[in-house]
Design a protein around this ligand. Structure first.
Ligand SMILES: Nc1ncnc2c1ncn2[C@@H]1O[C@H](COP(=O)(O)OP(=O)(O)OP(=O)(O)O)[C@@H](O)[C@H]1O
Length: 366
């Protein structure tokens, strides 16, 4: 969802190597994060022996569950970062650790430059009121308050005067497409509309970071799609940094600039959608992505090849981040191979063969 320089959909490249050091511009920076539930939980991250145990062994030996195990990542300003995994993989616990709704057992969490593990209760309250917002599956709307007052609720808690907060609430109500429903009560709205109120409430305080915990999983598929599009549109308009939990890969691919895949509390892979599909880290990820329409996710960088001596090198030019589906027409219409060029440098070429291998469901050179 990074704004693309052209009309052709592009995917962000691998600009955040997990192996590199701390990203100084990161809005969220997580290092060595653990959450262990159970007795004497903090001994687990400290012991290399206990750290190495699987879920069942750890439970048998210590009575503990390690819901998050040694997770690290950085989220860039304005990025939509998705945490994905099957039920029980630790997604909710991980994201709750970021705002200390769940207290981390070990590790470092720095949000907008502030080490939130050292924040006292008062500072935490302040941060939750002013800097972060959460959108949950259960909207948590106040049933006896009208839409506008639900949206203004957080502003009221901050001490904002009535006229100012109503003005701000009406702006965000409009932003999320609920103009005309300001005076309705939550039970007069459909599930999708209630979720829009939840979104508006989260946006009202102009937070630095928005956290979404499976917000759309209870909605029926069509409304869910609407809401996903809504998040994409809102992200374009307001450009907020977002952390989004889902167990649905297509949702992750649609919304995420990058996706962190969790299994048993650990990071299995963290990358862009095309990286996950083009180079899955292991069989678990491969299994996850096997039904993804590759042409919709892979970009030309994944299917280009080196030019052969007989290739004409004066064909049309496209960037390596162009999605295969979007490049198909141009490549098939061209008489000569399409040149994949980045900053004036020829990276490779793509011809009919490479395109058809992906569009027809082949391996696509990954
Ligand atoms: N308060 C708790 N006490 C003990 N164990 C917990 C607690 N909360 C979570 N767990 C365990 O931690 C692991 C991760 O749970 P978590 O809810 O974070 O996973 P999830 O990926 O978000 O799952 P789901 O998609 O079902 O919500 C699970 O084994 C869960 O049973």
């Amino acid at each position: 969802m990074t704004p693309a320089p052209t009309d052709v959909p592009q995917r962000r490249g691998a600009s955040h190597d997990e192996e590199q050091g701390q990203d100084r511009d990161a809005v969220i920076s997580v290092r060595g994060l653990w959450k262990v539930f159970g007795p004497k939980a903090d001994r687990v991250p400290k012991s290399s022996e206990l750290c190495g145990l699987g879920r069942r062994e750890l439970m048998e030996r210590t009575g503990c569950t390690a819901a998050v195990r040694d997770v690290r990542f950085d989220v860039a300003p304005g990025e939509v970062f998705v945490v994905m995994g099957l039920s029980g993989s630790g997604k909710s616990t991980l994201v709750r650790c970021l705002t200390r709704l769940v207290e981390p057992t070990a590790g470092e969490v720095v949000l907008e430059g502030e080490d939130i593990r050292t924040a006292d209760a008062r500072r935490l309250r302040e941060l939750r009121r002013n800097r972060f917002s959460m959108v949950f599956q259960h909207f948590g709307l106040l049933p006896h308050r009208r839409v506008v007052d639900n949206v203004a609720y957080g502003l009221e808690i901050r001490g904002m005067g009535r006229a100012e907060r109503v003005k701000r609430a009406l702006e965000v109500v409009e932003l999320v497409g609920l103009a005309g429903y300001e005076n309705s009560y939550p039970d007069q709205l459909s599930g999708g509309m209630q979720q829009r109120v939840g979104l508006a409430r989260a946006l009202a305080g102009d937070p630095g970071i928005l956290f979404f915990d499976e917000p759309f999983s209870a909605l029926d598929p069509l409304i869910r799609r609407d809401m996903q599009n809504e998040v994409i549109r809102l992200h374009r308009e307001v450009g907020k940094t977002m952390v989004f939990i889902t167990h649905d890969l297509s949702e992750a691919l649609k919304l995420g600039d990058r996706i962190l895949i969790m299994r048993d509390g650990r990071t299995v892979q963290c990358g862009t959608g095309d990286e996950l599909v083009g180079a899955p880290a292991d069989d678990y990820v491969r299994e996850f992505v096997k039904d993804v329409p590759r042409a919709d996710v892979l970009t030309l960088r994944w299917i280009m090849r080196d030019p052969r001596p007989d290739d004409a090198l004066d064909g049309p030019e496209l960037g390596p981040g162009v999605v295969v589906r979007e490049a198909t027409r141009a490549v098939l219409a061209a008489e000569k191979p399409v040149r994949v060029v980045e900053e004036g440098r020829l990276l490779g070429v793509v011809g009919d063969e490479e395109i058809l291998a992906v569009v027809a469901g082949g391996e696509g050179g990954a």
